[in-house]
Design a protein around this ligand. Structure first.
Ligand code: SAH
Ligand code: SF4
Length: 400
């Protein structure tokens, strides 16, 4: 594998992180090689704990002819790391440079028995939700499949190298990232063409081998794309609801003006027929005095009746109450802990499984909705990136 910084990637070289297995087989064919050779190559790229250590010429079980062709035509191109922050609770946030003054963020959340990687799908977001820092910053561009996968590729490699119990084997049980959630920056279903191959890489046995229930796409509710996802790659689905009626949701999630709650819940029901779990997770960000009253909870119960009565085994949905993470000029406040508990109690009492999400990484602005991809000082960033490219991995900034 040839590792290069994007600066040194010649335009004629193809970044292999952009391919799912089928795409890589097409590429092998294009090189005049047999399609099946892609499997071994794919495993080298995605299943090694130490990506920096392997080079195309060291891929001993690949045909020599293929290795030679890869050296001149292909590259595995990681994203430059701008910074890394480690929270007191073990959460790690990376800021990656995606060019043109854009940066994206990726967050690793370690928990007992599992490690969740929160991945970005766009630089910025066009949806403009009232309570979201990413939305406030506006939309820059879609990420490519390679840029989505590079986040997982990097995190897995880094974490394996830095965790004592993990060596450099290609044994899948060694995986540090056990779950991926598309809950970083951006609306994943607005970048569907790049998202789909990325999901395939994540769930492919020769790639990251994550089961469909361990990969979650979170959406603000792009109805037609939810239907396509159900057909193409039905991973676990989280829907950002945030309001129990259209009047309020129109204000908080402008996309609701296009796809009403009725349309959205109908799409959820259709999705359930394909989903890897028998429920959909609804995210609800509690905003003081806006959507957190007892009456809102009761309206939600009524609304959910449709999903619950139509779904398998009568389960259908779970609620995840997210404490609002404030950011400058949001004009919104989080609900009090007491209000949050009351809201959860009302839903639970009605038989809707409801949990309050623990805020992780708050001290490093890594919590939900705080990801803004801010590169404040381009000069310093440039210097940091130069330092980063010299050795292999990271410059660790202000570990807390
Ligand atoms: N665009 C997708 C995924 C990224 S947002 C979506 O909206 O679902 C990931 C989650 O963070 C969503 O549930 C979103 O509603 C939530 N979120 C956004 N801003 C937040 C904030 N300031 N505090 C808490 N949660 C927030
Ligand atoms: Fe975009 Fe999700 Fe933020 Fe809404 S909550 S602006 S859809 S990233």
């Amino acid at each position: 594998m040839t590792l290069m910084s994007p600066d040194s990637v010649t335009p004629t070289r193809v970044n292999l992180l952009n391919f799912d297995l089928d795409g890589l087989a097409d590429f092998c064919e294009h090189l005049g090689e047999k399609r099946f050779r892609a499997v071994q190559l794919f495993r080298w790229i995605h299943q090694r704990g130490d990506p920096g250590a392997c080079q195309f010429d060291q891929m001993s079980d690949l045909a020599k002819s293929l290795r030679g062709k890869l050296q001149t035509t292909a590259v595995v191109s990681p994203l430059p790391v701008v910074s890394q922050h480690i929270s007191t609770d073990g959460t790690i946030k990376w800021l990656f440079d995606v060019g043109d003054a854009n940066a994206i963020e990726t967050v690793f959340i370690p928990e007992l028995g599992r490690g969740t990687l929160c991945v970005s799908s766009q630089a910025g977001c066009a949806m403009g939700c009232r309570f979201c820092a990413t939305g406030h910053h506006g939309f820059s561009r879609n990420l490519s499949t390679g840029e989505i996968i590079a986040q997982l590729w990097f995190a897995e490699g880094f974490l394996r190298q830095h965790s004592q119990s993990h060596g450099h084997s290609d044994d899948r049980s060694d995986r540090v990232v056990t779950n991926v959630v598309l809950m970083g920056m951006g609306e994943p279903l607005q970048n569907y063409d790049a998202l789909l191959p990325a999901l395939r890489v994540m769930t492919c046995d020769h790639g990251y081998g994550l089961s469909r229930r361990r990969v979650t796409v979170s959406t603000s509710g792009i109805v037609p794309m939810m239907d396509r996802l159900a057909q193409d790659c039905p991973v676990a689905l989280a829907v950002s609801l945030h309001a129990p009626n259209d009047v309020l949701r129109d204000q908080l999630v402008p996309l609701n003006l296009k796809y009403s709650l009725h349309d959205l819940l109908s799409a959820c029901l259709r999705y359930l027929a394909h989903a890897p779990r028998d429920f959909i997770t609804f995210a609800y960000c509690l905003l003081d005095g806006v959507n957190d009253g007892d009456e809102h909870a009761r309206q939600l119960i009524q609304l959910m009746q449709t999903v619950r009565t139509h779904s398998r085994a009568g389960v259908g949905c779970k609620f995840n109450l997210i404490p609002f993470n404030p950011f400058p000029n949001s004009g919104l406040r989080p609900s009090s802990p007491g209000r949050t508990q009351s809201f959860a109690r009302i839903l639970n009492a009605a038989g809707i499984t409801t949990t309050v999400r623990k805020t992780r990484g708050g001290d490093i602005d890594a919590a939900c909705g705080q990801l803004a991809g801010d590169i404040r000082d381009r000069t310093r960033v440039q210097q940091r990136m130069e330092r980063l490219h010299r050795p292999r991995f990271l410059h660790q900034e202000s570990a807390t």
